[in-house]
Design a protein around this ligand. Structure first.
Ligand code: PLP
Length: 413
């Protein structure tokens, strides 16, 4: 098939430099082809504007002031919480805790649930996890004497469902699972895993960091107890993220940090604590981050998500087909349904060298272990190159990636 026989409409026709100002620049004299959205999405203008307006007009501390700016900042901060609630379809804003990002959200849950684990209890994760949903559980198990079990990854990059069902036993207490693998792009059938785990009485924790930007999220219909994600992977700023928790599950978590805002009353020796979500949000929060995240939610809500989802899926097919067509490129986890990202290697060439040459052509991809070293070990590679898609990407971006890869192969092998 010739490339032009496979015309793919971009997710949104006009989503280029006018919406994502970073795309207006050149890198090493070339048009910027940004294929690193899985690491961090570029920021769209409405998010930049919301943060700038907040910083330049409304900035003050939240919750404690009676003056106008503080009241405005509080209203914007709590509006952002409501936007996030709506975005994930949580039942109440009390179920939305702002954190520094998915990493902090997952640590909060692992530390909290870890306090309730007993020696011999089991926590199930998959062998596909980002370190953020693996290391905190290793730490929780080390502290409690619980045992960490792993759902194996098949050669095609999918998770082994029957092996997971065999892992379930009365000792199993927690399932903590990614919805989309950042390392391979594998779309995990999260409903199946959560439903099976719930039937077996496990607490369910979903790492949604790579999923939220690419399709609707409905935590109630998914039925998980906890859902974690980061602002910067969904077109918002860094330093802000969310822990959703079903009210009873979240309320049962122990306190995270002590300080201002999480208390009700304090004496020299004792304190009583605020209700959710404040009890898990000690100290001055990342107010501008939350405002930016709220704007990112509204940006995504303003799009026709069905159409965008369809276009993203088509572009993903085109990307995979373009990579697989070249005999010198090896896609890792070929055959798995993917969302947003594809990992690959050029045999005999180190991924870091590939990434460096691509950068010379203005093409930004991520290279390395993608904070998922066990996935690299599973597939016997030290590192991969990963191309990942955002709303602004087009078929022309994929074609430029392939041309730059051919040049890299020529130079490096
Ligand atoms: N989980 C997944 C699947 C990720 O891809 C990432 C980041 O790449 C994280 C968790 C951690 O996100 P953050 O670094 O924003 O806390």
């Amino acid at each position: 098939m010739k490339r032009d026989e496979h015309l793919v409409a971009p997710a949104l026709p006009a989503l280029a430099a006018d919406v994502f100002p970073a795309l207006a620049q050149q890198v090493h004299g070339q048009r910027l082809v940004y294929l690193d959205g899985a690491a961090s999405k570029l920021m769209p203008q409405p998010v930049i504007d919301a943060i700038r307006d907040y910083q330049s007009r409304d900035h003050a501390n939240v919750h404690r002031g009676v003056h106008t700016l503080s009241e405005r900042a509080t209203a914007l901060f709590e509006d952002a919480r409501e936007s996030v609630r709506r975005f994930v379809n949580a039942a109440s804003v009390q179920e939305i805790v702002f954190t520094r990002g998915a990493t902090e959200s997952l640590n909060m849950v692992a530390r909290g649930l870890g306090e309730r684990l007993q020696p011999g209890d089991e926590v199930i994760v998959s062998a596909l996890e980002h370190h953020a949903n693996l290391v905190p559980w290793q730490m929780a198990c080390a502290r409690s004497g619980a045992v960490l079990r792993h759902i194996p990854v098949r050669d095609d990059g999918t998770l082994d469902g029957p092996a997971f069902e065999k892992l379930l036993s009365p000792r199993s207490k927690v399932l903590a699972l990614t919805q989309v693998s950042n390392a391979l792009g594998t779309a995990v059938p999260i409903r199946y895993f959560v439903a099976k785990a719930r039937q077996a009485g496990l607490i369910t924790v979903v790492d949604g960091a790579q999923a939220v930007a690419h399709g609707p999220v409905d935590v109630r219909s998914l039925g998980c107890d906890f859902y974690a994600f980061s602002g910067h992977k969904m077109y918002g700023p860094t330093g802000i993220g969310v822990l959703y928790g079903r009210f009873e599950a979240l309320d049962a978590l122990p306190l995270w940090q002590g300080g201002g805002d999480m208390i009700e009353t304090v004496t020299l020796h004792t304190a009583t604590y605020a209700a959710l979500p404040s009890r898990l949000e000690a100290g001055t929060p990342n107010i501008s981050g939350a405002v930016g995240l709220g704007a990112a939610v509204r940006f995504l809500e303003s799009l026709d998500r069905d159409r965008v989802g369809q276009a993203e899926a088509q572009l993903m097919d085109y990307l995979e087909a373009s990579l697989e067509r070249e005999p010198w490129i090896r896609v890792i986890g070929q055959g798995a349904p993917k969302i947003g990202a594809v990992s690959f290697v050029i045999d005999g060439v180190h991924a870091h060298d590939v990434g460096t040459v691509l950068d010379q052509f203005g093409v930004a991809v991520r290279v390395g272990h993608h904070c998922a070293m066990p996935v690299m070990q599973r597939f016997g590679v030290p590192a991969t190159a990963r191309a990942s898609l955002s709303l602004h990407n087009t078929q022309a971006d994929v074609d430029e990636l392939l041309a730059a890869l051919a040049a890299a192969k020529e130079r490096l092998s």
